[in-house]
Design a binder for this molecule. Structure first.
Ligand code: ADP
Length: 698
């Protein structure tokens, strides 16, 4: 039910109407809606309200009456009447408006014939009512005739229906007005917010209404466009065509889907599709046109671009040397790829595979290539799903060809393949690989040979160097030896011959034998040096470690040369700091003794008269020994050579000294063997200082 009774009837007004009627006719009445709400009530009788509906037993009887009325309300004409067990009559008239039952108009609690007082006295007795008061209430109950009742009921029913009918009408009018307002607002909103262009023109084609969407499309404000003709926004060509269409409209025709071109404020072309209809005034006179237009500029542009790119695509794939095929993946209902369909292919594909484009189109991969293609389906499906391109090489046995295949996807569920016939390249590669392997093997062999050769070469170079070295040594040795040995030998032979001559004076014999003696000594000394050097070089004279007290060795050496020194008038000095007098270490005392002896011997030899000082000191690197003389010294450019074998400083004003140039060389070898180094500092004419440091001792 759309309405309730209170909305249709002014309840207050009706209540006062009922009250007034009651004053005239003494007629209890009430309006009760279908939910049982008492909307109006007038003149309820005391006999009911104070007696029958108060006592529980008598109230049960009242309810029987109520129920009867409810059960029979559909049969009402105009009312349903019921005489209650207490003898009062009740009536109900259904209130039906516009075919809808809204509630009931009740009237009753009256008698249709004068009451039987004896009956009511008995009732008072039965329910224990105060008889006097009960009878007073009974006498107040109006007594109506049937005719009165019927005409009253028809009157009241008509009245209710008229009043509520008016209420319904005004309600409906109100609703219509509201819905009109709503639909007007809706229409306004729709038109004002519509993306499509909505317009009205007068009979001359001047815009009289434009919705705001025009501003966005044209760039003009609506105000700028209103009052202007539609042809003002067109090129003359389009204006001419559209004026003809406009004339048709004005003759009462309609236009549907008319595509035309307008010009926007910034000069852009706008593609519009018009649907238009003439507009009439209330007299049926055509006064203009109205309709809608759709902006299809973007769509047309895209269409143009698409058709251009379609042409470009075709050109591109047709001119490609590689076979190009476009495919669509076919999925089952669980979205599992089960096959694919060839959508497009190019002439190169046809040339390479022999499959005609018309044959390939719409074919399933499984049919076209057979089972050989099945393993690739997963690869294709993955590319079509992820868009990540892939690349592989494959041998297609039916064609006996090798292909290089690139797979990529431009759209989900689609993929394209680019085939390149690489059969020739593959063959060449296999050939190349084979020859490469051969070359590799040869190379390895060659490398091995090379290594062996280079090892042999190294060995050869080494032995050559050794041979050269020993050759050089040998020649140097022979040259020196022949000279050194020959000189004393000549003396020995010569003087021994002289000794054999009979008339030799005794004095001469003494001189000759002295020469023989000294030559013999020189030979012995030379041979000893050679033996020492060769022992060191051959490693047969190793360091023999024993406790060494250097101060003691120096005293021994000094003692050994004391005689020679005094003969040469040379002062021998010994310089050992007192704190290291007893210092000792583990080394080879014989070798230290020999080095010091050689140095002192030289110091005396090249010292015409002066001082020779032999000393030692502790040095940060080890133990320092030195032999200093104030002799002839050695020229600076010769210093580096004096430790070479057989080297002797020669000078015009110096007599060639006796010796073989081996002493210092032996000293150097020995010092190095003992773990040290030896050097000399000199000043010509002012003497020499030979020093050595032993760093490696225990
Ligand atoms: P030799 O003394 O037998 O000639 P050495 O090897 O001992 O051989 O010495 C090489 C050369 O160094 C000597 O011939 C000499 O010219 C020079 N020389 C060695 N010691 C001294 C020194 N104290 N003063 C000057 N010259 C020296």
């Amino acid at each position: 039910m759309k309405y309730i009774l209170q909305e249709l009837i002014d309840i207050e007004q009706f209540q006062s109407l009922q009250d007034k009627l009651n004053e005239i006719y003494s007629f209890p009445s009430a309006i009760i809606d279908n939910e049982g709400n008492i909307l109006t009530a007038t003149a309820w009788q005391d006999v009911c309200t104070k007696f029958h509906r108060v006592h529980p037993e008598s109230e049960k009887e009242c309810r029987i009456s109520d129920q009867y009325i409810v059960d029979h309300i559909n049969e009402a004409h105009p009312a349903v009447s019921y005489k209650c067990p207490h003898g009062l009559v009740d009536n109900a008239t259904p209130i039906i408006i516009d075919g809808i039952h809204y509630g009931n108009f009740f009237t009753g609690q009256f008698f249709l014939e004068p009451p039987d007082l004896d009956f009511f006295k008995a009732q008072a007795g039965k329910y224990g009512f105060d008889e006097k008061e009960y009878l007073v209430a009974i006498r107040k109950v109006p007594v109506w005739t049937n005719e009165q009742l019927t005409s009253y009921l028809f009157f009241i029913k008509g009245l209710i229906e008229v009043i509520s009918g008016i209420g319904l009408k005004s309600l409906k009018e109100k609703e219509t007005r509201e819905s009109l307002k709503k639909s007007e607002a809706l229409y306004h909103d729709l038109v004002e917010t519509a993306q499509d262009l909505i317009w009205q023109c007068d009979s001359e084609g001047r815009y009289t209404y434009l919705n705001p969407a025009w501003e966005e499309v044209f760039g003009y404000t609506v105000e700028e466009m209103l009052g202007k003709k539609f042809t003002d926004f067109q090129t003359p060509e389009w204006a001419e065509r559209d004026l003809q269409e406009f004339a048709r409209l004005m003759h009462g025709n309609t236009v549907k889907g008319l595509e035309t071109v307008h010009i926007a404020k910034d000069g852009r072309e706008i593609n519009l599709i018009f649907n238009a209809k003439y507009a009439r005034d209330i007299n049926g006179q055509v006064i203009g046109t109205n309709g809608t237009a759709f902006n299809v500029t973007g769509y047309r542009k895209t269409q143009k671009a698409l058709s251009e790119s379609e042409v470009q695509y075709r050109l591109l794939i047709n001119s490609m040397a590689e076979g190009v095929v476009l495919h669509e993946v076919i999925y089952d209902n669980r979205h599992m790829a089960i096959d694919y369909r060839i959508v497009d292919s190019n002439p190169s594909f046809e040339r390479e595979t022999g499959i005609k484009a018309s044959m390939a189109k719409n074919q399933l991969g499984s049919k076209l290539y057979g089972a050989a293609e099945a393993p690739f389906l997963d690869i294709y499906a993955k590319v079509a799903e992820t868009g990540n391109p892939t690349h592989f090489e494959t041998y297609f046995s039916p064609l006996e060809k090798h292909f290089d295949v690139s797979v990529f996807s431009h759209k989900r569920g689609w993929f394209a393949t680019i085939f390149t016939d690489i059969t020739e390249r593959k063959r060449a590669e296999i050939q190349l690989q084979k020859s490469n392997e051969v070359i590799q093997a040869q190379n390895e062999e060659f490398q091995q040979l090379n290594e062996e050769l280079s090892q042999m070469n190294d060995a050869l170079i080494l032995s050559k160097e050794k041979a050269e070295e020993s050759d050089r040594l040998k020649s140097a040795f022979l040259a020196n030896m022949s000279h050194e040995i020959r000189t004393p030998l000549n003396s020995i032979i010569g003087f021994s011959e002289l000794l054999a001559i009979e008339d030799t004076e005794k004095e001469e014999v003494i001189r000759y034998s002295s020469i023989i003696h000294s030559s013999g000594n020189r030979l012995l000394e030379l041979i000893n040096l050679l033996i020492d050097i060769s022992k060191i070089e051959s490693g047969t004279d190793p360091v023999r470690y024993s406790p060494v007290r250097p101060a003691g060795i120096m005293h021994e050496v000094a003692d050994g040369f004391r005689l020679m020194a005094s003969e040469k008038c040379v002062k021998m000095l010994l310089s050992v700091p007192p704190e290291i007098q007893d210092f000792s270490f583990q080394s080879d005392s014989l070798k230290i003794h020999q080095v010091l002896s050689n140095l002192v011997s030289n110091a005396l030899k090249f010292n015409p008269g002066g001082t020779v000082e032999m000393g030692m000191n502790l040095h940060p690197e080890g133990i320092l020994f030195y032999v200093r003389d104030l002799g002839i010294g050695i020229p600076a450019d010769k210093l580096s050579k004096v430790f070479d074998r057989f080297y002797q400083v020669e000078s015009d004003h110096l007599p060639r000294s006796q010796g073989a140039g081996l002493g210092l060389s032996l000293c150097k070898s020995m010092v190095e063997l003992l773990g040290g180094r030896i050097w000399v500092k000199c000043k010509v004419g002012k003497g020499s200082t030979f020093s050595f440091i032993l760093t490696n001792f225990k």
